[in-house]
Ligand binder design. Structure first.
Ligand code: 9MG
Length: 279
């Protein structure tokens, strides 16, 4: 039985879980200027939890291809008030989507119980802070950095290379003193990967079970869906994303990260009912 303990909020991963995405970047929550409305974020959080989200992932720095980095202070100003507001009103495990050690520290003090790091704790000070905070960490694979990662990514064997990277980050965590039962892994769909790399990873996701750690998968609204579905724009990628979520669950994913909580909850419950039938 795998239980992750997010600062006292214990979640059993015996059945697949849903992580709702709450981006608190100016383009997602702006009132027209740079102000990020705490109340709008809180209302969005409530809706996602009512729809069945088991976690909320809050991020203040876009990791989209081509995205520019933001300063530590800017990221803190965006995420901390929102984490505090949600933690004080909604009993849901909060994940902070950040790579910066200082943001991890302040976010956990504000009520976050999980770190979601697309850099897999490679930034300065991140390993040591994660060890000290003692909350679960999702280690994600990325080739390159968001600003340039989609400029001709190359692999000889994408599944083997992503698995080797994740293994090496698990080893780095263990060497730092982070307990193995605090770790989650993520192949990082769309992070330094071509369409073929993304499809290959999803097709062979079951191979990641060798790593013996819970898998988090995020494909919601990503460009791999648009690329398959005749350049479908972001708001037309729901059904493609649900197909990917179902396939990921069927191949062993423990947590699905999504913008579209209610439809994903239904799709995941349905696929889980089928794969867990004993007959
Ligand atoms: C922040 N972020 C954007 N996409 C992601 C993904 O696929 N996985 C994780 N863990 N985080 C992501």
């Amino acid at each position: 039985m795998t239980i992750i303990d997010c600062a006292g909020n214990r979640i059993d991963l015996k059945r697949p879980r849903i992580m709702g995405i709450l981006n608190v970047t100016p383009d997602s929550f702006s009132d027209g200027g740079d102000f990020i409305s705490r109340d709008v974020a809180l209302a969005r959080a409530r809706t996602m939890v009512d729809e069945g989200a088991d976690f909320l992932d809050i991020g203040g720095e876009s990791t989209r291809p081509g995205a520019q980095a933001v300063s530590e202070q800017e990221e803190l100003d965006r995420v901390i008030p929102v984490i505090e507001a949600i933690a004080s009103e909604i009993p849901v495990p909060i994940s902070v989507d950040t790579s910066k050690a200082a943001v991890m520290r302040h976010a956990v003090a504000a009520g976050a119980g999980l770190i979601n790091d697309v850099m897999a704790l490679r930034d300065e000070g991140a390993l040591a802070v994660a060890r000290e905070l003692d909350v679960p960490v999702c280690l994600m694979h990325m080739q390159g950095l968001p600003r340039t990662m989609q400029h001709d990514p190359q692999y000889r064997d994408v599944v083997a290379e992503v698995m080797a990277f994740l293994r090496s980050r698990v080893d780095a965590c263990l060497a730092e003193g982070i307990a193995r039962n605090k770790l989650l892994l993520d192949p990082g769909f769309g992070f330094g990967k071509s369409l073929l790399h993304n499809l290959t990873l999803l097709r062979h996701l079951d191979r990641f079970s060798e790593l013996q750690l819970p898998l988090l998968v995020g494909i919601s609204r990503k460009s791999m869906i648009g690329a398959v579905l005749d350049d479908a724009p972001v708001d037309q990628r729901l059904f493609g994303g649900l197909a990917c979520a179902v396939m990921a669950v069927e191949r062993g994913a423990a947590i699905i990260r999504t913008h579209d909580v209610k439809p994903t909850v239904d799709a995941v419950r349905m696929s889980h009912a089928v794969i867990s039938v004993e007959a």
